[in-house]
Design a protein around this ligand. Structure first.
Ligand SMILES: [Zn+2]
Ligand SMILES: [Zn+2]
Length: 237
C-alpha cells in the first residue's frame, strides 16, 4: 500500500492519512499523533524540521534542542545555503534528459523532433461489491475498453465479465497492439529513442492500476519497476 501524509497548518492543525488498499479502495484516516505514527519529532516553531525519535544513541532531544535554538533566532524561517559549483553547467533538462532530442540537436536535425503521436488509452468499468471475508465493499472490474491510436487507424477493443479472465485477455491484446504503436512512433533508424508505448488511463482513478495487477493470474507477466514513468502512464515493452 502507498501512504501519503497530508499536513495542514491553518487555524487548526489536523492530519489525514490517505491509504490505497490492495482491493482498490481508498481510506482516509484521521491521525491523532503524526509524531508517534512516523516516529519523528517535528519542530513546533518552523513545523518543518524533524528528527527521528528512535535514535539509537538517544541524540534526538539534543538535536532538536540545538535546532530550536537556531530556529528561534531565525523566527521559524527556513535558511538554506547554496554552494555554487566552480564551473557552471547549463541546466537544460529538456535536452539532457531526452536522448532523442539530444541526438537530433547535436546533428542539426532538431526540426525532425516530433511528439509521441500514437498511443493506447484504457478505461475500466467497475462495480462496488460486498464480498464475504472482506470488511469493506471492494471495486470489481466489470468491463474494460481501449482505444488504439495508430498511424493508419484508430481502433477500439473491449472485454467484459462475460469472458473468463477478461482483464488478462485485454492485457494480452494491448501488448500485441503495442507493437504497431511502437513502430509508428519510430524515428529514423539512426536516431536513439525509447520504445515505451504509452497506455494512458482515461478518466481513471489512481486505483485502476490495482485493478489490472489484482486480476493478473497468468505467469506470462513480470512486474518491473520503472520509476521514471509517472503514475498514470504505464509503460509496456
Ligand atoms: Zn524549526
Ligand atoms: Zn501522470
Amino acid at each position: 500500500s502507498e501512504t501519503e501524509v497530508t499536513r495542514e497548518f491553518h487555524s487548526r492543525d489536523y492530519n489525514i492519512l490517505l491509504l490505497n488498499d490492495d482491493d482498490g479502495n481508498q481510506h482516509l484516516m484521521y491521525i491523532i499523533s503524526v509524531e508517534k505514527l512516523l516516529g519523528i519529532k517535528i519542530c513546533p516553531i518552523c513545523n518543518n524540521h524533524a528528527v527521528f525519535t528512535k535514535d539509537p544513541n538517544n541524540n534526538s532531544k539534543r538535536k532538536m534542542d540545538t535546532h530550536i535554538k537556531e530556529c528561534q533566532q531565525n523566527n521559524g524561517q527556513i535558511k538554506k545555503y547554496i554552494t555554487l559549483e566552480k564551473f557552471p553547467k547549463p541546466f537544460v533538462l529538456h535536452i539532457t534528459s531526452n536522448k532523442t532530442y539530444r541526438y537530433l540537436l547535436a546533428h542539426n536535425r532538431e526540426s525532425k523532433y516530433k511528439a509521441t503521436q500514437y498511443y493506447i488509452t484504457f478505461r475500466f468499468q467497475t462495480e462496488i461489491q460486498k464480498i464475504r471475508g472482506y470488511q469493506y465493499p471492494i471495486l470489481v472490474p466489470t468491463a474494460i475498453a481501449s482505444t488504439i491510436k495508430a498511424k493508419n487507424y484508430i481502433k477500439t477493443i473491449s472485454f467484459d465479465k462475460t469472458q473468463d479472465n477478461f482483464v488478462e485477455k485485454w492485457l494480452e491484446q494491448v501488448f500485441s497492439e503495442a507493437l504497431q504503436i511502437r513502430d509508428d512512433n519510430k524515428f529514423a533508424d539512426d536516431v536513439p529513442q525509447r520504445f515505451e508505448v504509452y497506455v494512458i488511463g482515461f478518466d481513471c482513478l489512481k486505483s485502476a492500476t490495482t485493478l489490472i495487477f489484482k486480476n493478473i493470474k497468468s505467469m506470462k507477466y513480470e512486474i518491473i519497476d520503472r520509476p521514471e514513468l509517472c503514475q498514470c502512464q504505464h509503460g509496456t515493452r
